[in-house]
Design a protein around this ligand. Sequence first.
Ligand SMILES: C[S@@+](CC[C@H](N)C(=O)[O-])C[C@H]1O[C@@H](n2cnc3c(N)ncnc32)[C@H](O)[C@@H]1O
Length: 194
Amino acid sequence: MNKRIDENLRGAVPLAHLFLRERVKAGDRVVDATSGNGRDTLLLAQLVGEGGQVWAFDLQEDALTATREILAAHGVLGRVELVLAGHERLAEVVDGPLAAVVFNLGYLPGGDQRIITRPTTTLPALAAALGLLAPGGLLLIVIYTGHDGARAEEEAVTGWAAGLDPRAFNVWACRQPNRSTAAPYLVLVEKGKP
Ligand SMILES: C[S@@+](CC[C@H](N)C(=O)[O-])C[C@H]1O[C@@H](n2cnc3c(N)ncnc32)[C@H](O)[C@@H]1O
């Protein structure tokens, strides 16, 4: 398990993990829309168990290699389909209903900082994710504000989330008022149950 980030709620990623641990169960189908170094994919793979299914998307082969390695080291590679494609292709690849979809926006830590998530592909992917979510399913979006292009993506994503029908979706923005306004934060969307 990722002890360093999961033993406390120091930032948006461990907070997202807290929600995942609460909601994702053995046998669930889930998506990591931005696999990066594989930390979120690993947690998802552990939570869904042997009978579950995880899809992990990334544009970069390096990201999928890092993800493959961490999954193999923890013995959970077999329950994850690694997809070398943009998450805007989610609906082509994934079968719902999904218990959770995770977006960790921005660039690959330790990688090429010019390869970032962008609103033109993030927004269609978020819409596709909502369409595949099961009732009660969670969409978790970790938003960064510091890199070039980040503020435009933040505005696009929060504007999109603010426009969701409150009768159908419960939307939260989880920020840390004792940190800089530039600190990463979590936007959460729960699909309501009929
Ligand atoms: C902040 S990192 C993800 C961190 C990761 N979740 C982890 O646990 O290490 C963002 C990732 O999004 C990827 N990315 C950028 N645009 C993408 C797209 N359209 N579809 C899928 N992944 C994308 C980048 O290559 C990068 O690896």
